[in-house]
Design a protein around this ligand. Structure first.
Ligand code: F6R
Length: 620
């Protein structure tokens, strides 16, 4: 969580910092701030609330300079307040920094620094880093180092970092050494952009779009020393590194609203395209299979795989559950989906024929990263299904599959879910065709997959109807989301969407399991959303629906076009195109995404920036 930006070069830096923070607001939006260095003076503007609040401050009281840092916060330690907002100042103002991460030993360090006379202004863990670096800087000077030399600052940072336990992405300015920006990483992502006589810094590449397409990803335990003309990277154990330059292929159009009112709506409507992108170049008609460039495992190893563990969090976990069903159905490989936060500490037995897949939109989720690191440590091939190119998980996994869904900026994940499902289905086809699946069966699946962008386009036609239905139900405070087999993960996902952006209590449940407890919740003020497209247990789900109706619960059904029976049973029906059962999550999730969007709007909620959430959860 938290977004960091930085710059050193020739531009007036405030506008880049503020624009960059706006682009990173999805990472946290409790408070924001910037610091700009000029002629031995560092000016700070910071405030609780959104980046726009800080922009207003800067407008009232501009700050000039060509070196600066900025931060948008998702609070971990210390309440949201102007004082606790970053940047933080060390000692008597020599060091100013911003931080993404958590310092686990901050209380011990704080006590020690207080004993040395440092006075703390905030209740954050970050402030200890600022004081600690300043303390180390002063110690260097006592040893005779030049206080205006960049090397003194670097040494101070290096020594201070050895004392920190936890995670950090840091951007640091020194008052007496203007035009120098030091950055360091352990566990929190940082990307350096290379321009013409300028360097940019950000938590991910989004703020750099339109400024440069050449980037260097900082690795854990690396410190980068940036000036307008130079970039030096030093690894704590391995010394100086040659920067590996990557090219990002995003344009400003990828990150604007494109005429939509919110990113979430834009991203919902992008799904026909993003599903297409998830298939592009991957379907092999001649071999009736899917192919992936980046798995980095040979056919022999892949054939030996006899168990698959999928791991992720939140929406990515829900996509994993669809993956579990489809991998077992197509490839007949025993598959489990594990919450990454559990897997990282659970130590379940795994043979070296178990393949682990991390599923993650951002590629930065702390629990998912820790889970695959733990599996890697034990010698298992770890792969990633990931959206953000160059993210930590994408780089640390042994291989993987990108979603190619483009930046997902709305905090509630939408297009990533359908892309993840599409990738997992293709993975199941690929693994199945290496085993028992016949050529015609493979061909049939390929043809069904190719029709999906248009099917999802048709599903989106329910938009107006969903908007009307939302008005009817917006005042309700409890919802049940029910589905069976492939529609159970969709029910979970629908409930999660409603909770996170509407702040309405919703429970996703297997439709038949509902009678073992949650049915007690049913009354005329608790609507049940049934995900009930046609399938081999359709009549069973109808019975579950009748059980709700018999207890007076309102029912909204997400059903297949051509279902004549459902209108008599449900209070409201939203129809989606009829597709094979394993493909149903791709169409049935669309009205659920739209429903949560419109209910959130009716309730006056901030759809793209829901309270308490952040897009990348980089803390445990
Ligand atoms: C829900 C949502 C979260 C994420 C979860 C994992 O809309 O966005 O539940 O799915 O935090 O994030 P990634 O996929 O980036 O690992």
């Amino acid at each position: 969580m938290c977004g960091i930006v930085g710059y050193v070069g020739h531009r007036q830096v405030s506008s880049f910092l503020l624009e960059g923070l706006r682009r990173l607001e999805y990472r946290g939006y409790d408070s924001a701030g910037i610091a700009v260095s000029r002629d031995g003076d560092i000016q700070i503007r910071k405030k609780s609330g959104r980046v726009s609040e800080v922009a207003r401050l800067v407008e009232q009281k501009p700050i000039h300079g060509t070196t600066g840092i900025g931060h948008t916060r998702w609070a971990t330690h210390g309440v949201t307040s102007d004082t606790n907002s970053h940047p933080h100042i060390g000692g008597n103002g020599q060091v100013v920094l911003v931080h993404n991460g958590v310092i686990e030993n901050y209380t011990t360090l704080k006590t020690h620094l207080q004993e040395l006379g440092y006075v703390f202004q905030t209740t954050t863990d970050t402030e200890v880093i600022a004081h600690l670096i300043e303390f180390c800087f002063n110690e260097q000077i006592k040893l005779g180092d030049d206080p205006t030399a960049p090397s003194t600052c670097v040494k101070a940072v290096e020594v201070a970092l050895t004392q920190l336990k936890g995670t950090y992405g840091l951007a640091i300015l020194f008052q007496d050494v203007p035009d120098l920006l030091i950055t360091a990483r352990l566990g929190s992502p940082l990307v350096i952009g290379i321009g013409d006589k300028e360097h940019f810094l950000a938590s991910d590449a989004t703020p750099l779009i339109g400024y440069t397409d050449e980037v260097v990803y900082l690795a854990d335990r690396e410190i980068a020393v940036l000036t307008a003309d130079s970039l030096e990277i030093i690894h704590r154990d391995d010394g100086r590194q040659t920067p590996a330059i990557h090219i990002i292929d995003k344009s400003p159009g990828d990150i604007d609203l494109g005429g939509f009112e919110h990113y979430m709506l834009k991203e919902i409507f992008e799904q026909p395209q993003t599903i297409e992108n998830a298939m592009r170049g991957r379907l092999d008609d001649d071999e009736a299979t899917a192919k992936f460039g980046g798995l980095n495992l040979d056919a022999q190893t892949l054939r030996r795989i006899d168990r698959i563990v999928l791991t992720g969090c939140g929406t990515s976990w829900h996509a994993g559950l669809v993956g579990e069903y489809v991998l077992e159905e197509f490839a007949r490989i025993p598959t489990e989906v594990e919450y990454a936060s559990e897997l990282r500490y659970r130590n379940p037995p795994m043979a070296n024929t178990t393949m682990i897949f991390a599923i993650t939109q951002s590629g930065e989720t702390a629990d998912t990263l820790a889970a695959i690191r733990e599996c890697k440590r034990k010698g298992h091939p770890t792969l990633a299904i990931c959206n953000v190119v160059g993210s930590t998980i994408a780089r640390e996994a042994d291989g993987g599959i990108y979603l190619h869904a483009g930046p997902e900026i709305g905090v509630a994940s939408t297009k990533a879910f359908t892309s993840q499902v599409m990738v997992l289905i293709q993975l199941a086809l690929f693994m199945a065709r290496m085993r028992h699946m016949s050529f015609p069966a493979g061909q049939r699946i390929i043809n069904q997959l190719k029709a999906m962008p248009s099917m999802v386009g048709k599903a989106l036609k329910c938009h107006e109807q969903v908007r009307d239905i939302s008005q009817k139900y917006a005042e309700f405070n409890n919802f049940l989301y029910l589905g069976r087999l492939y529609n159970f993960p969709t029910a979970l996902e629908g409930a999660l969407k409603l909770k996170e952006i509407s702040y309405v209590h919703a429970e996703g449940y297997p439709a038949a399991e509902m009678k073992h407890g949650p049915i007690a919740l049913v009354d005329e003020r608790t609507p049940s959303i049934f995900v009930i497209p046609q399938g081999h247990i359709y009549p069973k789900v109808i019975s579950n629906l009748e059980e709700i109706k018999a207890r007076g619960g309102p029912v909204i059904a997400i059903a297949c076009e051509g279902d004549d029976r459902i209108a008599d049973l449900a209070d409201d029906v939203i129809f989606v195109p009829s597709v094979e059962e394993y493909l149903q999550p791709l169409v049935t999730v669309i009205p659920l995404q739209l429903l949560s969007y419109h209910i959130a709007l009716c309730r006056g909620c901030n759809v793209d920036r829901p309270r308490n959430l952040a897009k990348s959860v980089t803390v445990e």
